[in-house]
Write a protein that binds this ligand. Structure first.
Ligand code: ADP
Length: 398
């Protein structure tokens, strides 16, 4: 945290969800966090507004009925606590947008045509793009002079080749309906790849990386020369590796089979795949990795099995990406689990030494940035992701 200074360019990074709005205010280009906060339970009489003020967290509960109100209260909060003195100190607002489809290969300055396209892409991301667009409109209204930039979760992966983004369905499902792999978490994969190269002291352009973003939602990304060449999430963020409550990839014919056996409708199947599966579904304990690890350490066999499956499915993807990349220079762990779970990192790296990936237990336990054995060919990096900073950087770049 730093004290605000009006001589700095202040940039807001915004992550709007259906009932929440997360924000971070940066001084750029110094990349100092001036404040951060969250408005939760938007739409309710007892919404909660939390914000850091002079190093302390303040929290208020009161009605916030719309995203427009949330934005107004956030800006009023910044003024009331003298974090800013005038609204025009905020030079830019970067918005996390879930889906950029094939239209956006990079972050863009928002104009009416871009906003219309984000609305249109709500077809592919009905739970996310519409709320992202509501957040954008609210800020355009409140801060008409600030530069507005959209940063898409999908755009980093637009560099994938067709053989990696197409599904072997009849081609018209791609050409007419846009059914293909898009991938998500792009901002995070891009950020940790850049930091990893910096920490290795090598140009990103020379590196073959596999990035593992492991949180409630998890995805892997194969990165060659700083470009995404494959990623495990697909048409939706439900695909790929096992997650907290999501199954990830399964035999597709399980769905019609289960639907018929239990008379399930598409909405039931979505709930099954999204909310009832993954670590939660197998362990029966929790979607939260900490809870599952605790249960496993107390002898819960299904919790132990859930963790083994989680690691095994990630390891399988790592292997396939190394095959695609023709080798690997560094494996990156990030996200809540990747950054914090030593045991999960160790489990994932088990049996990979024939590929040059050998984890050093003492470095891993000491939470060092590089945790490979000194003689290992492949670096293993633990890097804290920072999607908000990446958004602020993109506002400056765009
Ligand atoms: P999201 O995808 O919601 O952004 P995060 O990246 O914050 O999620 O990751 C949340 C996950 O990280 C949870 O499963 C949580 O249990 C796990 N996690 C956080 N800290 C630890 C820890 N010390 N050990 C194991 N898992 C952890």
């Amino acid at each position: 945290m730093s004290s605000p200074s009006s001589s700095l360019d202040k940039i807001l990074a915004i992550n709007a969800g259906s009932s929440s709005l997360k924000f971070q205010l940066f001084a750029m280009p110094q990349e100092q966090v001036i404040t951060r906060g969250l408005i939760e339970r938007i739409g309710k009489q007892d919404a909660i507004f939390t914000m850091e003020v002079a190093g302390k967290k303040i929290a208020r509960t009161h009605a916030v009925l719309t995203h427009q109100e949330a934005v107004e209260q956030l800006l009023a909060g910044l003024l009331d606590h003298h974090i800013i003195h005038r609204l025009d100190e905020i030079g830019g607002v970067g918005h996390r947008v879930a889906h950029g489809g094939e239209a956006f290969r990079d972050s863009v300055s928002i104009d009416p045509a871009v906003l219309a396209k984000i609305d249109d892409l709500g077809r592919l991301a009905p739970l996310h793009n519409p709320v992202n667009a509501v957040g954008i409109r609210a800020f355009l209204h409140a801060l008409p002079n600030a530069k507005a930039v959209a940063v898409f979760d999908t755009s980093f992966h637009q560099s994938m080749a067709p053989e990696h983004y197409l599904y072997p369905l009849p081609y018209r499902y791609y050409s007419e309906l846009g059914v293909r792999r898009y991938g998500f978490h792009g901002t995070s994969h891009k950020y940790v790849a850049a930091i990893c190269a910096e920490q290795m002291g090598q140009p990103l352009a020379s590196l073959r990386l596999v990035s593992c973003h492991l949180g409630n939602g998890s995805s892997l990304c194969a990165i060659e020369g700083g470009r995404s060449v494959n990623t495990s999430m697909g048409f939706t963020p439900e695909a790929g590796v096992m997650m907290g409550t999501r199954a990830g990839d399964i035999d597709p014919s399980i769905l019609p089979f289960v639907a018929e056996c239990e008379q399930l409708r598409p909405a039931d199947l979505n709930r099954l795949l999204n909310n009832e599966s993954g670590l939660l579904g197998i362990s029966g304990v929790s979607n939260d990795c900490r809870d599952v690890e605790k249960a496993a350490s107390e002898g819960n066999q299904r919790a132990a099995l859930a963790l083994k499956m989680f690691a095994a499915r990630i390891r399988a993807v790592i292997g396939s990406y190394i095959a695609q990349l023709g080798g690997i220079d560094a494996l990156i762990f990030t996200g809540g689990i990747g950054e914090n779970s030593r045991s999960m990192r160790a489990a994932i790296c088990e049996n990979l030494s024939y590929l040059g990936i050998s984890l050093d237990q003492s470095r891993n336990n000491a939470n060092q940035t590089f945790i490979e054995q000194p003689s290992a060919k492949v670096r293993i990096a633990v890097i804290n992701t920072n999607e908000e900073l990446m958004i602020a950087r993109d506002v400056m770049r765009v």
